[in-house]
Design a protein around this ligand. Structure first.
Ligand code: NAD
Ligand code: GLY
Length: 360
């Protein structure tokens, strides 16, 4: 097992990464100094991984909320279902929540933990690659609003992250690829050596080579932990983690939550961001091809959906947390390994990307 630290002073916490961590009851139990514990999970993950987590916490007052599966359930209604159960059971302020699942469950549970009685501790047990390399670390919690992704939320850090890589054995190939989009993102925004490594090892990752996956998860978490420690509340560098996300969120909202996976939408968005960076004179065509090529090799979509035209993109991109007073701001690439901070972009050039890149 590897342990990384998210260095946030009195809110610092460990990220445990390894195989068979859910079979180590003491690891979870050590971080739950409460008699009342609620595990939030979904109907896909519960039959696979709920039992060992419950067993680790036996002897406590245990509750569970098993939500339906899907991005569409990262909603206020789901948060209310968690609050309803916490109140029905008279769970107090010392109760702990455990998020057992992918990024949907992690974001939603963290949000519920941040709100319930103004904040109760929670633990992230991520079970998708995407959640292990990105969403479980850093304390961004949220639910979606029909008008925009993650628009209702809070910064709220977990007590620890337990990333059992053995859980990836049951993950669908498409979900593995979706997680690789966020892995590739770290190479693009701040770790060019990692990008080179990914180009050399992408087939091993797709084949689920355990050593390669361990490198990818650990290096991604290290990058994420460094960014979060430097800029927890996104006043600077943290925004670079949103490379491709403004385009990507437009794809997710525009196509209906769940139609295109988050990681897939981010892959499309990173290609659009690379194309726009080329139009602005920062990237050459060969570099854009390199970026698109790696994402394609990771079996990710790299073209915007035909059903979403430039006007629809612009309408959805207008609802984004990086925008300031109505002005759209985008994270772009200066080169592989260096992203810009969010910046305003000339609308005509943006339209060229929206109409020109990946169409036809
Ligand atoms: P997800 O949570 O929907 O999980 C993907 C699918 O895999 C689901 O069907 C789920 O039930 C299933 N699953 C989970 N673990 C499994 C396992 N071990 N075996 C088999 N199936 C399993 O999606 P995701 O890609 O994990 O997360 C996407 C969400 O994360 C989005 O809502 C996105 O906005 C959010 N996100 C948040 C942050 C953050 O910083 N908070 C960062 C990136 C993404
Ligand atoms: N995934 C974006 C962030 O954590 O800031």
């Amino acid at each position: 097992m590897r342990t990384l630290n998210v260095d946030l002073g009195d809110r610092a916490y460990p990220i445990y990464i390894g195989q068979r961590l859910l079979d180590q009851p003491a690891l979870i139990a050590r971080h739950v100094d409460a008699g009342q514990v609620m595990i939030v999970t979904n109907a896909t993950v519960a039959p696979l991984y709920l039992a060992p987590v419950e067993a680790a916490l036996s002897g406590r007052q245990l509750a569970r909320v098993v939500l339906p599966d899907g991005e569409a359930y990262k909603s206020m209604d789901s948060a209310m279902a968690v609050f309803d159960e916490l109140l029905r059971l008279r769970f107090s302020r010392s109760a702990h929540l455990i998020a057992l699942g992918g990024g949907v469950i992690g974001d939603l549970t963290g949000f519920a933990a941040a709100c319930y009685q103004r904040g109760v501790p929670f633990i992230q047990v991520p079970t998708t690659l995407l959640a292990q390399v990105d969403s479980s670390v850093g304390g961004k919690t949220a639910v979606n609003h029909p008008r925009g992704k993650n628009m209702i939320g809070a910064f709220y850090q977990p007590k620890c992250v337990i990333a059992d890589m053995g859980t990836l054995d049951t993950l669908a190939d498409r979900e593995l690829s979706a997680g690789l989009a966020e892995v590739i993102k770290y190479g693009l925004i701040r770790d060019p050596g990692f990008f080179d490594w990914l180009e050399a090892n992408i087939e091993r990752l797709l084949a689920r080579d355990p050593e390669a996956l361990a490198v990818a998860v650990e290096r991604s978490c290290r990058n994420k932990a460094e960014v979060v420690a430097a800029d927890e509340r996104e006043s600077g560098e943290r925004a670079t983690l949103n490379l491709g996300h403004t385009f990507g969120h437009a794809v997710e909202t525009g196509m209906g939550y769940g139609a295109v996976l988050h990681g897939e939408a981010v892959a499309i968005g990173m290609c659009q961001a690379a194309d726009l960076s080329r139009r602005l004179g920062w990237l050459d065509e060969a570099t854009v091809r390199r970026i698109v090529g790696l994402l394609e090799r990771a079996r990710l979509p790299v073209r915007p959906p035909a059903g979403l035209d430039a006007d629809a993109f612009l309408e959805h991109m207008a609802v984004d947390k990086k925008n300031v007073e109505g002005q759209l701001r985008l994270v772009l690439l200066e080169r592989i390994g260096r992203a810009t901070l969010p910046m305003a972009v000339d609308t005509a050039t943006l339209r060229q990307t929206l109409t020109g890149y990946g169409r036809g």
